[in-house]
Design a protein around this ligand. Structure first.
Ligand SMILES: [Fe+2]
Length: 354
């Protein structure tokens, strides 16, 4: 429902009021009526802006250059931070999330550590590097969605003969806002491998669970959701229909033991846009980061239009109307803080917009 009255109109200032405000400041107080409109906007006014990174032409050459300048070990994590131009200096891609592109060259390792912040990885180039979590290594293939949950020891390595690049997405802006950040290194560079590769997917990813399973943490027990499975599901659902007017065919990743989001603060999605798809406008309050897995197309975000192709990355800020078009069949991965917003009861969406 549209508001019928303006929420707050900032009062006129006068010499007497300004003098009063000056005395308030000296006592660590401020007049709320001067900042009320900024603190309680009628609808979201995100500081982050729509932005697109061209992977092939811009990011990839810079990553390779970084690879010549510093080793993964020296850097701890060799990552180019994707910093939103609306909030420069924050190391953030949106108000609540961080994202960067990490590269590991053949033979390199990124040493074992853990932290309060949860991370997702989305592989964009290279096959054969691994991520290890809690004693299990998983080989990373393009399009795989990988979790490193809060406070789990994790490391990365690349025994293959090609560079491997992936998106890191972390919720540390939320962790730091709450002043709940802890971090530590593992005593050794590499954690011991104690499980066979694929164990978690076999144990928790076959629409069954171990007979005595009970959740031990606020995240999915699966830590690699392979692209091959997601792609097969999207393909089949495209054949079956229907196609959503805004989203095409869109699925969300879940924790199979709860049916909920795979992590407490970060949700992730994969959608197929059929060839020639012209989507209706949609908006939601979770600022969202998109990674183009396949195809070419364009996306309108408010007044901004981005043409995109495979491996490009773009941001849709909170409450901006967004509509997608695809020239040929396209697949988009995306992630946002939707689980956190839903848990707090803040999340809203509106679709389709007319
Ligand atoms: Fe980490």
């Amino acid at each position: 429902m549209e508001p019928t009255r303006t929420f707050h109109i900032k009062p006129e200032t006068s010499e007497e009021r300004r003098e009063f405000y000056g005395r308030l400041e000296k006592k660590n107080t401020t007049p709320l009526w001067e900042s009320l409109a900024r603190l309680f906007p009628a609808e979201p006014r995100p500081a982050c802006v729509p932005v697109l990174w061209n992977y092939t032409d811009d990011l990839r050459p810079l990553l390779l250059e970084a690879g010549r300048l510093i080793t993964a070990k020296e850097a701890t994590r060799r990552v180019l931070v994707l910093e939103n131009p609306g909030i420069r200096g924050t190391s953030q891609i949106t108000q609540s999330l961080y994202a960067g592109i990490q590269m590991i060259l053949p033979g390199e390792i990124a040493p074992t550590h853990r932290h309060t912040a949860s991370a997702i990885r989305f592989v964009i180039e290279g096959a054969g590097a691994y991520t290890a979590v809690d004693g299990e290594r998983t080989t990373m293939q393009p399009g795989d969605f990988i979790l490193t949950p809060s406070w789990t020891f994790h490391d990365h390595g690349n025994p293959s003969d090609q560079p491997c690049m992936w998106i890191d997405g972390l919720d540390f802006p939320i962790v730091n806002m709450l002043d709940t950040a802890f971090a530590e290194s593992y005593p050794e560079e590499l954690q011991p491998v104690t499980k066979n590769e694929g164990d978690a997917l076999l144990r928790y990813g076959a629409n069954m669970l171990p007979i005595d399973y009970s959740p031990q943490r606020h995240s999915s027990p699966i830590f690699n959701y392979p692209y091959s499975r997601a792609r097969e599901a999207l393909d089949g659902l495209h054949r079956n229909g229907p196609v959503h007017p805004c989203h095409g065919i869109k699925l969300q990743y879940v924790d199979p033991s709860t049916g909920g989001y795979p992590m407490a603060a970060i949700g992730a999605f994969m959608q197929l846009l059929p060839a020639g798809f012209i989507g209706a406008a949609y908006r939601s309050t979770d600022s969202t980061i998109y990674s183009v897995v396949e195809g070419r197309g364009r996306t309108r975000i408010g007044e901004t239009v981005f043409n995109w192709k495979e491996r490009d990355i773009f941001v849709v800020p909170s409450w901006y109307p967004v509509s997608h078009e695809s020239q040929r069949e396209a697949v988009l991965f995306s992630f946002s803080d939707r689980p956190a917003q839903k848990a707090l009861g803040f999340w809203r969406e509106q679709a389709p917009l007319v």
